[in-house]
Design a protein around this ligand. Sequence first.
Ligand SMILES: [Fe+2]
Ligand SMILES: [Fe+2]
Length: 197
Amino acid sequence: MAELTTPQAGDDHDRDSDVVSLLMRQHGDIRNLFDEVEASTGDERRDAFRRLVRLLAVHETAEEEVVHPFARRGLAGGGQVVEDRLAEEKAAKETLAALDDVDTDDPKFMPQLLALRADVQEHARAEERYEFTHIRRSTDVTNLAAMAKAVRAAEAMAPTRPHPGVESGAANMTLGPVAALMDRTKDAVRRAMGKDG
Ligand SMILES: [Fe+2]
Ligand SMILES: [Fe+2]
């Protein structure tokens, strides 16, 4: 199998100081992780899938905490734009929860993964088109950077690359339930934005 490498936080410092570029880069990381899951088997697939789930959980939580509230307040028609995005995120989370119970080697896994991928990609495109481009036009670099800082705090909880040598042991245990990861991500984002709890 060809070696697939996934861009990681910090690979491109400049882009990461603008929340829109940062989130679009994460959309690319998510796409690459789907590729990685599809192209691998056995333990490698299991590990890639865990990283994908983790990044999806952290990415969506950061959006819900940082950019959706901004879009709701700051964009014309923002309330409806955000409602539509939240409905898509809810659908994707339900597909994800169903998939989380299926072993990555199970014949049912791949069709469900492809369904999740379709949901996630459609959602990402809608965010980029109806939300992100408008956010960039309606605020300044200082605010884009402040929001980026909060999203980076979330991202620190989702390494996109495998941990050499620990795939089968400790790394698996650190994921924990997705809901708990989302809670920890929320706390990290709120700390980064300077409002605790
Ligand atoms: Fe999203
Ligand atoms: Fe997104």
